[in-house]
Design a binder for this molecule. Sequence first.
Ligand code: GLV
Ligand code: MG
Length: 299
Amino acid sequence: MLDKAKGLPADQVFMDIEDAVAPLAKPDARKNIVAALNEGGYDGKVRSVRVNDWTTEWTYLDVIEVVSGAGANLDCIMLPKVQGPEQIRALDMLLTQIEKSEGLDVGRIGIEAQIENAMGLTMVDEIAAASPRVETIIFGPADFMASINMKSLVVGEQPPGYDVGDAYHYILMRILMAARAYDKQAIDGPYLQIKDLDGYTRVAERSAALGFDGKWVLHPDQIAAANEIFSPRQDDYDHAELILDAYEWYTSAAGGARGAAMLGDEMIDEASRKMALVIAGKGRAAGMQRTQTFEPPQS
Ligand code: GLV
Ligand code: MG
């Protein structure tokens, strides 16, 4: 898996020492991860390692072994089951000491915080603000469902009996607001039924529609769906680029220095520019090419 991930078209790869690794296998997992990171080959991908949460006996050794062994070849530590800002600060301090003692750039390694229980969600604003190292807030649906006693075993799907809305809406929105307030990425977690691509697509489309930046994939088959769902549609991308060009022209002296103008049948203004920037930014990040150009009207 560590080798296979190198050639896959995912934006990020995370290597696990937490819940996908049995307790007896954790010491070897640390070593395998250090070797894989130092061997390299993950070019163009964010390289993250998920350590165990601070309530276990493993976290400090996970961090020390992985960062001392491969800190220069690692971008982020993912901290699961975060329950408060002090857990982020503890990791921040440990990282700073290891970076200093290993001669690494202090502060380069980021933190990805998984929100997986009621306390974490309650504290999510403080968690997002706890350190400049925090880059990403991640929803962990499986642990979260267990933590709140949700009556379902199918991660990401609606619990039977709840037929009046989306049981995850509040949680997703709460995470998204904290991420946007503190300028962090918001990432949706795993979908465990790896053969059910329709299910993956349905759940991913919900968080993408709200504004999440991405979703985990557990299997190579889920990657194409994720890349497509979290990129804008071509016509939305074209439209966004048109709005940006048209607004730039209309606000210029040549375009009449106007703050509000018509683009076809649609009024555009500064708020339209901000919305267009979001869609255009996602399209550019996904390497999309525009298929239309803006022509200033002839007067
Ligand atoms: C991921 O870690 C989850 O619990 O969903
Ligand atoms: Mg979890």
